[in-house]
Write a protein that binds this ligand. Structure first.
Ligand code: HEC
Ligand code: HEC
Ligand code: HEC
Length: 229
């Protein structure tokens, strides 16, 4: 893990150095200090097939139709941060936007009113984007992810201007928002969008580690939040 932190520091340093000059973007520097450095041997070879599989388990319980678009689901370009369209809705539901509670702590009436917003933010056709058919209580992987996204992003983070950060700020109507094929592009995207265009409610500096942890774990969902694929 020391490796990862070092690679990141080097990479960030190289990027900072490139700032303000006409030197081309961090691509060159990132080349050497790619995140591959933190993976165990052989890890990288499985990375692509892993992320392809990641979509399977959730979908297999749902409609077969959802499977069809699977290839096309990863966007060609990662989705930039946008202002949430649901601030007024959230206020109307009665959520204190200055101090947003965790999803599971919302009073039941508010929780139910928030659900259609989650569906829209992720661009799901129906509630079964997350829920098992006919049973809203049955725990699914997508519910687990949704709860943690709310806890780690919606509660403690804000937009650049200090406004609400909601699911649609990052998802913009899509379940998948990252093009992970080009690692350097993902890193640049993360820095330009998730680090520079977001803020923390506690006013501390946004860093990669705010979301990825001090050891710079890139598999946030699986490793930091312990939600298996
Ligand atoms: C992005 C994922 C997501 C989508 C889409 C979603 N839900 Fe949920 N839903 C959750 C999560 C997570 C919980 C559990 C919250 C908690 O921990 O209390 C939940 C809980 C619920 C509950 C409460 C169940 C209980 O324990 O009593 C109801 C009812 C519900 N959802 C209805 C809906 C409806 C109706 C829709 C479609 C309009 C919908 N949900 C869409 C994630 C989602
Ligand atoms: C800071 C940006 C950000 C915010 C805010 C955010 N997400 Fe995400 N979410 C992501 C990223 C990045 C991914 C990984 C997407 C990918 O693989 O293309 C993701 C993935 C997901 C997935 C799919 C997980 C999987 O492995 O299949 C679900 C479901 C999800 N988010 C739900 C939510 C919900 C619900 C909210 C609001 C409570 C939310 N997200 C808020 C960035 C965000
Ligand atoms: C607002 C939260 C947030 C910040 C800040 C952030 N990231 Fe991310 N990053 C995510 C999420 C969410 C994912 C998807 C994680 C997952 O799939 O488990 C992700 C994924 C990645 C990936 C892709 C991992 C893979 O294997 O596909 C890389 C690389 C990455 N981030 C690098 C960075 C770097 C470098 C920084 C700082 C410049 C940064 N991130 C800042 C939330 C963030």
């Amino acid at each position: 893990m020391k490796h990862a932190a070092l690679a990141l520091a080097l990479w960030m340093g190289a990027f900072a150095g490139a700032c303000g000059s006409t030197t081309p973007p961090p691509e060159t520097a990132a080349d050497k200090n790619d995140f591959d450095g933190e993976s165990s041997p052989g890890d990288d070879a499985t990375a692509t097939s892993e992320s392809a599989k990641a979509e399977k388990p959730a979908k297999s319980e749902k409609s077969a139709a959802a499977d069809e678009g699977e290839e096309a689901e990863a966007p060609a370009k990662s989705t930039p941060i946008q202002a949430t369209k649901f601030e007024a809705d959230l206020k109307k539901i009665g959520i204190n936007l200055k101090k947003i509670p965790e999803l599971e702590k919302l009073p039941s009436a508010q929780k139910k009113k928030v659900m259609p917003l989650l569906q829209k933010a992720l661009g799901y056709d129906t509630c079964q984007g997350c829920h098992a058919e006919g049973d809203f209580k049955k725990e699914t992987r997508d519910m687990k992810v949704a709860r943690e996204m709310w806890r780690h992003f919606v509660v403690p983070l804000r937009s650049e201007s200090g406004g609400t950060l909601f699911c649609d700020s990052c998802h913009a109507g899509n379940e998948h928002v990252l093009n992970r094929k080009d690692k350097k592009a993902v890193q640049t995207f993360m820095e330009e969008e998730y680090q520079y265009k977001l803020a923390r409610a506690d006013k501390e500096d946004m860093e990669c580690g705010t979301c990825h942890g001090d050891a710079m774990e890139t598999k946030i969902i699986e490793k930091l939040w312990n939600i298996p694929k």
